[in-house]
Design a protein around this ligand. Structure first.
Ligand code: HEM
Length: 538
């Protein structure tokens, strides 16, 4: 018997629903023995000692004792919804992925999250937001595991534990929960200046979204699409909210944190329940797949860089509608397991060194978080495509596999159809040339520019948006204890723009340093500043 077909509630279809909740006619033990009483332990007389032989008491308490699983090491707090993705077919010229064919409809599950706070932290903190989408396609699961900010703090995954250690609560006092009052965070981002671009987005209004429904989403890395003939195109993925991009102002965010720390998850669930289904268009920026993997001088493998939409417009390829709330938070929102390596034919990865580390990290962490290697069988993670793997046994194995020979080729269970060469229709990695190069631990020269794109972003902001950025840096740095960290951060701000640096320095009561070198001349990008604006769509 293979895995059960997926149902939204995650239950085998032949089990009556009332038997799976507390709503049935009577209660039972975990194994179905009917219980007359679940309120009183078995005792020697009404006032007597409780008897160890009371299996129901022990089963009930033991199960309760094990209800918690580890929270995610990052993105622990989140909220999610089911939905549907309808493809416009406009990407069919560049990818053979079936779910991107014209008119294809694919069920999805989307989880939004903050990054640094724990499961019980507040929603409207200043932080990056996760925007992870699981597409249950006819060819297997495709996960687009993105954020609401188009760039990342670091260029190489080997620094990921370091940036997260710097951003998570201090190891001694376990405060704070977000990017405020944080010597370690500011220490890291002022020493590792590739973090400047992401940090500037965090300090802008993008760091405090009004609602999950009004956030953009970004795949961040460059991916590679493959068409039926094997031709490839480099792309960046974008989610554009139909409701426009809207943020809170800092005072609102602070008040809401105190008055309704569940503000974002409530907003999402209420909107869906009321039938106001949130929608996003999925879009791609497409670039020729040249050996250099550069576009207009921008290194497409550098996850701290965007490609301005003026240079490469975002082309809409489909519509996402979230139309159903999860019926059980733990079973669905908590147990869902996204992975950038969940790919389908027609979509491949690139050599972005940050992406390479992610390809390792997600499966690894989920084996701990979800208690072994069989979490792909959980209803929320199960593929809607036929699964025919040779993965066997392990903790929490729920499939009862038949056959005697889980290896290929074999001469016992149906022969050896996979024996010779590639299978028609299978996932084939693009045979990209790997350059003959020395083994080194170093970054390419193109990764060295850390300031021109932050400057581009800053110059694109409206006056009121700039005021918010200045206020955010002043507030956050005002909570830093170490003077040297403040001074080093001001030097970073001087490399972005003198006005930004001078205003923040004035707010902190410190002298404003000068940029080490003359600042580059950049053309502001109007599309970068979209707070409150609706993306013009088809
Ligand atoms: C979650 C690692 C960079 C987006 C996670 C988790 C880990 C992780 C371990 C927890 C997963 C789980 O327990 O199920 C890493 C590493 C990174 C990295 C090692 C870089 C080296 C990024 C980037 C993005 C991102 C660049 C966005 C483009 C997310 C999202 C989640 C997540 C959205 C939450 C998924 C969910 O809702 O369950 N990441 N991450 N991460 N990561 Fe990353």
């Amino acid at each position: 018997r293979g895995p059960e077909p997926f149902t939204p509630t995650g239950q085998p279809e032949d089990v009556p629903q009332e038997a799976l909740a507390q709503g049935g006619a009577y209660l039972t033990t975990a194994l179905g023995t009917r219980l007359p009483d679940s309120d009183h332990s078995l005792k020697a007389g009404p006032r007597g000692p409780v008897l160890l032989r009371d299996h129901h008491l022990r089963e009930k308490i033991t199960h309760f004792d094990h209800e918690r699983i580890p929270e995610r090491v990052v993105h622990a707090r989140g909220a999610a919804a089911h939905g549907i993705f309808r493809s416009y077919g406009t990407a069919a010229t560049v990818t053979k992925a079936a779910f991107l064919a014209e008119g294809a409809e694919t069920p999805v599950f989307v989880r939004f999250s903050t990054v640094l706070g724990s499961r019980g932290s507040a929603d409207t903190v200043r932080d990056t937001r996760g925007f992870a989408t699981k597409f249950y396609t006819s060819e297997g699961v495709f996960d687009l595991v993105g954020n609401n900010i188009p760039v990342f703090f670091i260029q190489d995954a080997i620094k990921f534990p370091d940036i997260i250690h710097a951003g998570k609560p201090h190891p001694d006092r376990e405060i704070p929960q977000a990017q405020s009052a944080h010597d370690t965070f500011w220490d890291f981002v002022s020493l590792h200046t590739e973090a400047t671009h992401h940090t500037l987005w965090n300090m802008s209004d993008r760091g405090i979204p009004r609602s999950f429904r009004t956030m953009e989403g970004f795949g961040v890395h460059t991916f590679r699409l493959v068409d039926a003939a094997g031709a490839t195109t480099l792309v960046k993925f974008h989610w554009k909210p139909k409701a426009g991009v809207h943020s809170l102002v800092w005072e609102e965010a602070q008040l809401i944190n105190g008055m309704d720390p569940d503000f974002h998850r409530r907003d999402l669930a209420d909107a869906i329940e009321a039938g106001a289904f949130p929608q996003w268009e999925l879009g791609i920026q497409a670039f020729p797949d040249t050996p250099e993997q550069m576009f207009e001088g921008i290194d497409l493998l550098d996850p701290t860089k965007i490609v301005p939409e003026e240079l490469a417009p975002v082309q809409p390829i489909g519509l996402l509608t979230l139309n159903a709330n999860p019926s059980n938070f733990f079973a669905e929102t908590e147990q869902v397991a996204f992975h950038v390596g969940h790919l389908v034919p027609g979509i491949d990865v690139t050599d972005d060194p940050l992406l390479a580390g992610r390809l390792f990290s997600y499966l690894d962490t989920q084996i701990t978080r979800l208690g072994g290697p069989n979490f792909t069988q959980l209803p929320i993670n199960r593929s809607h495509a036929v699964v025919n793997d040779m993965l066997r046994d392990g903790m929490h194995q729920t499939a009862v596999h038949s056959g005697a020979a889980p290896y290929k080729p074999n001469s016992l269970d149906g022969g050896c159809p996979f024996f010779a060469g590639q299978q028609e229709g299978g996932y084939v990695e693009v045979p990209v040339e790997v350059a003959s190069a020395p083994r080194v631990r170093e970054a390419p020269a193109t990764f060295a520019d850390h300031f021109s794109q932050p400057r581009l972003f800053w110059l694109s902001l409206s006056p009121v948006e700039r005021e918010h950025v200045i206020a955010a840096y002043t507030f956050e740095l005002g909570k830093v204890y170490e003077q040297a960290i403040k001074e080093r951060t001001l030097q970073v701000l001087a490399e972005i723009d003198p006005v930004l640096c001078e205003q923040v320095a004035a707010g902190l009561g410190l002298p404003a340093p000068k940029a080490a070198e003359p600042l580059p001349s950049v053309t502001p990008s109007p599309a970068l500043s979209q707070v409150g604006k609706v993306w013009p769509t088809t």
